[in-house]
Design a protein around this ligand. Sequence first.
Ligand code: FES
Length: 134
Amino acid sequence: MEKLLNMIKEEQTQNGYVSEEAMNHISQDLELPLAHVYGVTTFYSFLSTEPLGRHVIRICKSIPCFLQNGESVAASLEKNLGISPGETTTDGRFTFELTNCIGACDQAPAMLVDDELYGNLTPSKIKKILQSYD
Ligand code: FES
């Protein structure tokens, strides 16, 4: 299992996502059913089977963030990016996803942009954060 996960993570790091072709190769290399490789790849939210934008925004949709106006922050992201959760901007700059708790409940509402954590978000902070990414 560890070897499988390492190979999938390596593919994600090198290409930004795990393609069907890559999953086939991994399946053959490790002599595992393709369905198993696919199942592991789709289980983890930090892995993707689709090409992602240069920056991946993951906003927390769990209850503590929701109760601190997380929904209005997510709406502000949608408005500023012009895309819905699960989509990538046409210029390939951002992918925007909803995720479960990211361990920053004390700073709710919170989101990650790549590996950077942003907490105590408000709709007005969103535009400035987005502008700091190329
Ligand atoms: S509930 Fe949002 S970071 Fe934990």
